[in-house]
Ligand binder design. Structure first.
Ligand code: HEC
Length: 357
């Protein structure tokens, strides 16, 4: 990636990290996910998305239904061929994002964030809510590579990973208002999440860093307008009980929005190691630097960083563009919340309860 694009990405992520409001103002924040776009085209795009989200009636002849979405062919992580409109969208409430398995920064964090939303939705995922992650790197992301990636993130039923030709994935991204034209580096692809209901012709773009509870609410309720009410005995998991963010200090806020998707403090290993007692296990300076620039430490071949990376199947911890003070604040929160500075539990890849702390 060229240095200025990289700097822009870091600033974008950093701004996202700093923004306090959740749920509101997302569209403005998401605008920063369009590196290299001028303000004029950005405004046109935002206006388009707003109009997409605003016009929401099936009565208007479903402007974003059949005829708008192409019925192009994709292949699932199980090697099954499916049609974009008929098989994936028609009559469904869906969440769609674009990713690629070798992506080092945004995608693992995004996947981990989405798995929090999936957990909140419980067994409605795969039933009346469907998640699709579409690769933008068809040469590398074969169905087998996608299946392996799903396994590493412990993705369950109802969340399908898909690959298609580059033309097809470009076309779908364009139709969803996500295509970044002339993308030199796939890391700069639009990392937004599109939530939609084909039946209601409603489509909304959100940042994957939004509060998982608010994303789950959109999928489970707002987008289900006019459809059958959820079964009373459905396992709605706990999105109504997710912790309130009142009284969170800076460290806790960043931890919950950026780190909790992959880590717990004293509840076992998830995508990354349990962080209970980590401040006893490692040097403070090392930890602060790791939280600020893990990618740089790996490229500089820091021996402890390389050892960790190896132990964690090469899943890379993302660089969120945090600064030292923010890293310190997070470490302070980790220290305060650790149940007991112990040796740490055995690795278990369960990600079933990522918001339960
Ligand atoms: C996408 C998943 C993911 C996210 C999000 C994430 N990490 Fe990590 N983290 C990992 C993985 C995986 C490792 C193990 C090293 C590796 O493979 O890069 C790790 C390692 C660590 C370690 C070293 C643990 C040890 O036992 O030495 C610390 C500390 C840490 N992460 C803190 C954080 C903090 C703080 C945040 C939020 C700002 C965060 N991580 C966000 C995946 C993640």
């Amino acid at each position: 990636m060229d240095a200025s694009a990289w700097a822009e990405r870091i600033v974008a992520v950093k701004r996202l990290g700093r923004s306090e409001g959740w749920g509101q103002g997302n569209r403005q924040r998401e605008a920063r996910f369009f590196p290299g776009m001028g303000w004029k085209s950005l405004c046109i795009l935002v206006a388009f998305i707003l109009s997409l989200a605003g016009v929401s009636s099936a009565e208007k002849g479903k402007p974003w239904g059949e005829g708008y979405f192409p019925d192009v062919l994709l292949t699932t992580h199980e090697g099954k061929e499916v049609r974009f409109y008929q098989d994936l969208l028609k009559d469904k409430v869906v969440a769609i994002n674009f990713m690629f398995t070798s992506c080092e920064n945004v995608c693992p964090a995004e996947t981990a964030r989405l798995s929090q939303v999936v957990s909140l939705l419980g067994d409605r995922v795969g039933e009346d809510i469907h998640f699709y992650s579409i690769s933008i790197d068809p040469e590398v992301d074969t169905p087998e590579a996608l299946a392996r990636y799903r396994e590493r993130f412990d993705v369950g039923e109802g969340w399908t990973f898909l690959t298609a030709s580059r033309e097809t994935s470009d076309l779908i991204q364009r139709k969803l208002g996500l295509l970044v034209e002339q993308l030199d580096d796939p890391n700069d692809h639009n990392a937004s999440l599109v939530l939609g209901s084909e039946a209601n012709s409603r489509w909304i773009r959100r940042s994957p860093y939004d509060n998982p509870k608010s994303l789950a609410h959109l999928l489970a309720e707002s987008l289900q307008n006019g459809r059958k009410a959820p079964r009373a005995n459905r396992n709605l998991a706990s999105y109504a009980d997710a912790p309130s963010r009142e009284n969170w200090d800076k460290g806790e806020r960043i931890y919950r929005s950026r780190c909790a998707a992959c880590h717990t403090i004293g509840e076992g290993n998830r995508v990354g190691p349990d962080l209970a007692g980590v401040t006893q296990r490692r040097e403070r300076e090392w930890l602060v630097r790791w939280i600020v620039e893990p990618d740089l430490m790996i490229s500089e071949k820091d021996p402890e960083a390389l050892e960790l990376l190896k132990a964690w199947d090469d899943i890379r911890m993302p660089n969120f563009g945090l600064n030292q003070a923010e890293a310190e604040a997070i470490l302070g929160f980790i220290e305060r919340s650790a149940p007991s500075p112990s040796t740490g539990p055995e690795r278990s890849l369960s990600m079933r309860d990522p918001v339960g702390h």
